[in-house]
Design a protein around this ligand. Structure first.
Ligand code: GDP
Ligand code: MG
Length: 394
């Protein structure tokens, strides 16, 4: 019997990023307009996108519009934010974790400070694919467009993307929105969409790596033992595989005695499956929600991580006072929480509410965290910061 090597998810999270007024919202509207004419999506006007509803993500307010559209190949959920601060909060909190981003840069301005900052953030929060749309080419000579393209390729390389192979599409989002069928109008949007379809690979569930499953719940089956419940994040688990239960400083060796999907026993289960797993010789009191079940010897736990953090401004319900190194509070991620100390970069004396930057986390006990994992910091049950893990330290 042939096993599927991977399961394709025909869905992609994307978004427009870039300097204010470079045409992000116009481009978003133009994409839906062109696709609506081609019959595969509903047109969403500039005004509908720009009056982005406020959303509460983990205690912080982000203005963001989520626009859905469909190409021949895929369904996209597209995020467009109205202001620079909204992008910072959105990206650092992982509120809409983008698989790819369209970096919009206006040809008449070239790259500007927010172009750089969004690109840097994109890299730090783990956005793998960037495409560049050089907008407003109706306003400048071709030579200028070429210079902007060179500058953008250099900037991409500086930030760790591949400046040589990153697709650049030239056009005018405004002309496209106004149904202009000249090359820089609607055709530039079709070209952009075709390029995204091809450049951003389908999101594949990882079935090759050793299995890993965060524990959502656990209970005792009288006469049998401890069952842990969760959704397998990656890999394939098989009955009788050796495994480790990790988290909160514990590393417990065990064996998968039985695996159940929808209450029937199976010989194996794979990424995406929601399963109950009977663990041999494991006591229920040693299992805590938020622990991780993983293939034996496949992962190491740490209590040191580097992270990107955003401290909520006072007006967002954040702290009133600045944050210094050795700031200790409860950290929440997924289904667990733990005491955590935050240290600032040595060059930084303090951070103010409303600031964002790199910090070092020291957890009270070892936990397994992966790059891109979002977390929040709460003081007396009030969220004061949100962040994303960027690196595991030893
Ligand atoms: P955002 O802040 O990045 O979302 O930028 P907007 O989409 O709101 O666009 C800012 C301004 O640039 C608006 O007045 C748009 O009409 C204008 N604009 C957008 N795209 C183009 C374009 O291709 N050509 C020209 N000439 N103006 C454009
Ligand atoms: Mg906008």
């Amino acid at each position: 019997k042939k096993k599927p090597k991977s399961l394709e998810k025909k869905h992609c999270n994307i978004g427009t990023i870039g300097h204010v007024d470079h045409g992000k919202t116009t481009l978003t509207a133009a994409i839906t307009k062109v696709l609506s004419k081609d019959g595969s999506s509903k047109y969403v006007s500039y005004d509908e996108i720009d009056k982005a509803p406020e959303e509460k993500a983990r205690g912080i307010t982000i203005n963001a519009a989520h626009v859905g559209y469909r190409t021949k190949n895929r369904h996209y959920a597209h995020t467009d934010c109205p202001g620079h601060a909204d992008y910072i909060r959105n990206m650092i909190s992982g509120a809409s974790q983008m698989d790819a981003a369209i970096l919009v840069v206006a040809a008449n301005d070239g790259p500007m400070p927010q172009t750089r900052e969004h690109l840097l953030l994109a890299k730090q929060v783990g956005i793998k694919y960037i495409l560049v749309y050089i907008n407003k080419v109706d306003l400048v000579e071709n030579d200028i467009v070429e210079l902007v393209e060179i500058e953008m390729r250099e900037m991409l390389s500086d930030f760790g993307y591949n400046g040589t192979t990153t697709p650049m599409i030239l056009g005018s989002a405004l002309k496209a929105l106004n149904d202009d069928e000249s090359e820089i109008g609607a055709p530039s949007i079709r070209k952009l969409l075709d390029t995204i379809d091809n450049y951003v690979p389908p999101i594949i569930r990882d079935l090759e790596s050793p299995f890993l499953m965060p524990i959502d719940n656990s209970f005792t089956v009288p006469g049998r033992g401890t069952v842990v419940v969760g959704t397998i994040k990656r890999g394939i688990m098989k009955k009788n595989d050796e495994a480790e239960l990790m988290g909160f400083g514990f590393n417990i060796k065990t064996t998968l005695s039985d695996i159940q999907i929808f209450r029937s026993s199976v010989l194996e289960a794979m990424a995406g499956d929601n399963v109950g797993v009977l663990l041999r010789g494991t006591k229920i009191r040693s299992v805590e929600t938020g622990m991780l079940l993983c293939a034996a010897k496949s992962i190491t736990m740490s209590n040191h991580y580097k992270a990107k953090i955003y401290f909520l401004a006072r007006s967002e319900g954040g702290r009133k006072k600045p944050i210094f190194s050795k700031y200790s509070q409860q950290m929440f991620s997924g289904t667990w929480n733990i005491a955590c100390r935050i240290d600032l970069e040595p060059s930084m004396e303090m951070m103010m509410p409303g600031d964002h930057g790199d910090v070092y986390l020291t957890l009270l006990e070892g936990m397994v965290m992966t790059e891109g994992q979002p977390f929040t910091i709460r003081e007396n049950n009030v969220t004061v910061a949100t962040g994303i893990v960027t690196e595991t330290l030893q």
